[in-house]
Design a protein around this ligand. Structure first.
Ligand code: FES
Length: 513
């Protein structure tokens, strides 16, 4: 097992992840889906059900990427707020946004019911409550925008009922949802196989070509297909177009058990930036207790290496409000924040024929991934979809807010290139690197990502990200090398890509040519 193994989420701790024999050789399909997370599996499910011959490829287990790191809130209460979306995308855009996220919750419920998937799906209310910098007027402003967007049942209440602390006023969104995401994906696996689809894991796709047919390939395998859907969280099919329009953030989660019924079954978010997000989950085999899952403390990927402090703050925040003593699990995940607050779902923006992408989940990956499945399956089947223009990956949104965010995020990327200067490493000598840790060394003009494994062996790779060359940074919590520019992540040894858009591992030091 790689030393870069990450911490385990509550879903992974309570459910085996499904792996399948890897594909070898050449296969012809009607649709090839790259990525077995919620977006890819929903797309594959819908297309297989519509009679298409589908092949799913992933280098991880099913749900083994960012989907397994979610907290699985199913919500149409937008984390970038309706009053902001309305300014950026207009009233119609805000309405379509609400339709699509509420439609995604409805679609999940429909699939769960029709296919008999036992995944702890429940309809719950969601509540925004105020952080210290906001008051009731903030909630009322958001309520009014939510009403204009079609969420006419959103209402401001005096406090979240039944909470063990006084939340103060809160904005309630009825008929949201929650589920156990890996159990849900297990159900989709069964349906895809029933409908003739094939799923392969252990296949790292490092080439996607448009055309008729389009193609997805890696070491020792190729799938040609009428359509290739790239659902890899961060797309690996284009190198620039979409990556300048979104920014990667790490978010942190802790989970502990509370007495059953001591925390109401709702979704809860505060209005801080970054915000806290809270839900419960039944604890299998432990009916007297249930999981309390709390997330927050986000930072831009590769910009900080202080996960312990962030986890400690999350735990303190939680202890001050909920009856939890021990935190059994902690993990982190990556969130891609689009500059105009909506994801990119649809035809490949770089113009590759018959290639489709799904990315830019923001903090709402479960509904967003489901919207991706609904929208992209319609496009592949040649059917009209009301959300196509809203989520078009080629769109340019020229509102003040989106242009400001675009400039800020790309200035930040530009600033990362200063690290290319030979200004020295984080440590002077490899002897300073303790077992199980990594640091950047300066060797001549080259920056080296050096990791010492527990056995004492030093692994040295060129620290330039194989996407567009930024210098990667050590992530001591996940034991990975993370790129601060567009979020690529690499194993501690540097020999594996954990997250795109990079396609290949870090180059071995001494062979950089
Ligand atoms: Fe783009 Fe690393 S992810 S340079």
């Amino acid at each position: 097992m790689k030393s870069s193994e990450r911490s385990v989420s509550v879903w992974e701790a309570t459910r085996e992840q499904r792996e399948f024999p890897p594909l070898q050789g050449e296969v012809r399909a009607e649709v090839c889906v790259v990525g077995a997370g919620i977006a890819g599996m929903t797309t594959a499910y819908l297309l297989a059900k519509a009679g298409r011959r589908v092949v799913v490829l992933d280098d991880n287990a099913v749900g083994g990427g960012e989907t397994g790191q979610t907290t699985a809130h199913l919500t149409s209460a937008m984390d970038d707020y309706y009053h902001v979306l309305e300014k950026v995308h207009g009233k119609d855009g805000a309405r379509l946004t609400r339709d699509s996220h509420q439609g995604a919750i409805d679609a999940i419920e429909r699939i769960v019911t029709e296919e008999g998937i036992d995944c702890d799906f429940a309809r719950v209310d969601g509540y925004w409550f105020c952080g210290p910098e906001h008051g009731r007027d903030f909630l009322e402003k958001e309520r009014d925008a939510a009403h204009r967007a079609g969420a006419t049942d959103a209402e401001v209440v005096e406090r979240v009922p039944g909470m063990p602390f006084d939340t103060g006023p809160a904005l309630r969104f009825p008929r949201q949802g929650q589920f156990h995401v890996l159990k849900y994906l297990e159900g989709l696996v069964r349906c895809i196989e029933r409908d003739g689809g094939a799923i392969h894991t252990g296949n790292h796709v490092d080439g996607v070509e448009g055309g008729s047919p389009a193609k997805a390939s890696g070491k020792g395998f190729t799938v040609t297909a009428d359509a290739v859907v790239v659902a890899t969280n961060s797309p690996i099919s284009d190198f620039v177009a979409v990556h300048t329009k979104q920014a990667p953030y790490r978010t942190f989660v802790v989970a502990g058990r509370v007495p059953a019924g001591s925390v109401p079954r709702v979704l809860l978010w505060d209005s801080l930036d970054p915000y806290h997000y809270v839900r419960t989950q039944p604890a299998e085999g432990d009916p007297a207790r249930e999981w309390l899952i709390v997330g927050g403390e986000d930072h831009k990927t590769g910009h900080h290496d202080d996960a312990d402090e962030r986890f400690a703050r999350l735990e303190a925040w939680t202890r001050a409000r909920f009856p939890v003593q021990d935190f059994e699990l902690r993990w982190s995940g990556q969130v891609l924040e689009p500059v105009d607050f909506l994801g990119y779902l649809g035809r490949d923006p770089a113009g590759h024929e018959n290639v489709y992408i799904a990315t830019g989940d923001s903090g709402q990956g479960m509904t967003h991934g489901t919207i991706a499945g609904l929208l992209i399956s319609d496009l592949v089947l040649g059917r009209a979809n009301p959300w196509e223009t809203l989520y078009d990956p080629k769109r340019k949104t020229l509102s003040v807010d989106s242009v400001k965010m675009f400039l800020e995020e790309n200035l930040d990327v530009a600033l990362q290139y200063k690290d290319l200067l030979p200004t020295g490493g984080e440590v002077k000598d490899a002897g300073e690197i303790a077992p199980g840790t990594g640091a950047i060394l300066q060797k001549g003009l080259t920056k080296v990502a050096a990791y010492r494994d527990q056995g004492g062996t030093l692994h040295q790779r060129v620290a330039n990200c194989t996407h567009l060359g930024c210098i990667v940074q050590w992530n001591s919590e996940e034991k990975s090398w993370d790129c601060p520019c567009h979020g690529s992540r690499f194993s501690a040894e540097g020999d594996q890509v954990l997250n795109g858009p990079a396609l290949g591992p870090l180059k071995p030091y001494g062979e950089e040519g």
